[in-house]
Design a protein around this ligand. Structure first.
Ligand SMILES: C[S@@+](CC[C@H](N)C(=O)[O-])C[C@H]1O[C@@H](n2cnc3c(N)ncnc32)[C@H](O)[C@@H]1O
Length: 344
């Protein structure tokens, strides 16, 4: 018997879904010219052996296998498919890929009855954990509001703590019902001026990658205002070619969603940059700690000192860790990750 699979099954969580999507994308590309490999609405079909499939939803996948073996397996190419899929899956999933033994299979298979049914999510909780709720439900998790002194901005509408899906479902259902009658604004603001390469473009574009000279204006993301005490990060995904906003700490209902437009520095440097690049006078809620962060950062960046007085550098790393925790209320993960790297 030729058979391979991985176990335990993949979850519906964001990380596994992301990994599986990349894997599926890779397989589609790999077999794009192979007439025996067909892309169906919900899965990839390999027309060899017992026609194994790869569903588009990773948590439904259990094994990629065939009972056809020996010379027939080679002739029908099922052996080649299984070997290649196993090899590629090992690159994507490492040690989670395991050989499958039919006798030990307790989980059944991808249900053939579901194969061509459109897969519709019905649970809000599963949408939140399983897909993109904004896209799927057409209901944003934020609203656009006028913010005194800043123009427009994004205000969080729906937030939740981690809790069992059933409880989450009830809470969200109630909140959505309440919101539906209100002034719920999913509209998108488009470019405000005729010519894209003007100041409006510059103040609304986000760089497509760190240090990139290419910027993109996303009609919703461009409404996010600046705060040095940010609650979200923006990141350009060069593979998917889109910008994503990640919450870096819980955001309360009614709180403004903010990112940082600047690259650190003293208050004078930050204010000058924001004035020059974005045309506004910034009243930073935090200064003295920022100065200390900057000083410690500069000291830690002094490689000469790190070599001749490593204890002092390490002590600065420790101090910076404490100040970052205070400044960001325990949510400075990306900065702390960099700090650990420096300390190492
Ligand atoms: C990317 S847009 C953000 C959306 C903008 N508020 C609007 O109404 O279109 C950047 C502009 O928002 C304003 N802005 C952003 N953060 C601000 C802040 N903290 N204080 C004052 N104005 C701010 C500035 O005018 C800046 O040029």
């Amino acid at each position: 018997m030729l058979a391979s699979t991985w176990s335990p099954c993949l979850s519906e969580g964001v990380v596994d879904r992301h990994k599986w999507n990349r894997f599926i994308g890779f397989i589609k590309n790999h077999y794009k010219d192979d007439s025996q490999v067909e892309i169906k609405p919900n899965y990839i079909l390999f027309k060899a052996g017992e026609h194994p499939i790869l569903p588009f939803e990773g948590h439904k996948f259990l094994h990629f296998s065939s009972k056809v073996s020996g010379i027939i397996a080679v002739a029908t190419r099922v052996a080649s498919y299984i070997n290649t899929i196993t090899r590629i899956s090992k690159v994507h999933f490492g040690s989670r890929v395991q050989y499958w033994d039919e006798g030990a299979d307790q989980y059944g298979n991808y249900d053939g009855n579901e194969r061509d049914e459109p897969e519709i999510n019905t649970s809000i909780a599963s949408l939140l954990t399983g897909t993109n709720p904004i896209k799927e439900l057409g209901i944003p998790l934020f609203e656009i509001k006028d913010i005194p002194g800043k123009g427009k901005g994004l205000i969080a509408l729906l937030t939740a703590q981690s809790m069992p899906p059933n409880e989450l479902e009830l809470i969200f259902a109630a909140r959505l019902r309440a919101r539906r009658n209100n002034n719920f604004c999913p509209s998108i603001i488009t470019a405000r001026e005729k010519h894209p390469f003007n100041n409006t473009f510059k103040t609304n574009a986000l760089p497509c990658g760190a240090g990139s000279v290419v910027g993109g204006v996303n009609p919703t993301i461009c409404l996010i205002n600046h705060n040095c005490i940010l609650n979200s990060y923006n990141n350009w995904d060069s593979n998917a070619e889109h910008e994503t906003i990640y919450a870096i700490r819980p955001i309360k209902t009614g709180e403004e969603v903010t990112i940082s437009y600047n690259h650190g520095g003293t208050l004078i440097v930050r204010r000058a940059f924001l004035k020059e690049a974005f045309g506004f006078d910034y009243n930073c809620p935090s200064n003295s700690r920022r100065l200390l962060i900057q000083d410690l950062d500069d000291a830690i960046g002094d490689l000469f000192r790190m070599q001749i007085r490593p204890k002092e550098s390490l002590s600065d790393c420790h101090s910076l860790l404490q100040v970052l925790q205070e400044e960001y209320d325990g949510y400075a993960r990306a900065l702390i990750a960099r700090l650990y790297y420096d300390a190492f």
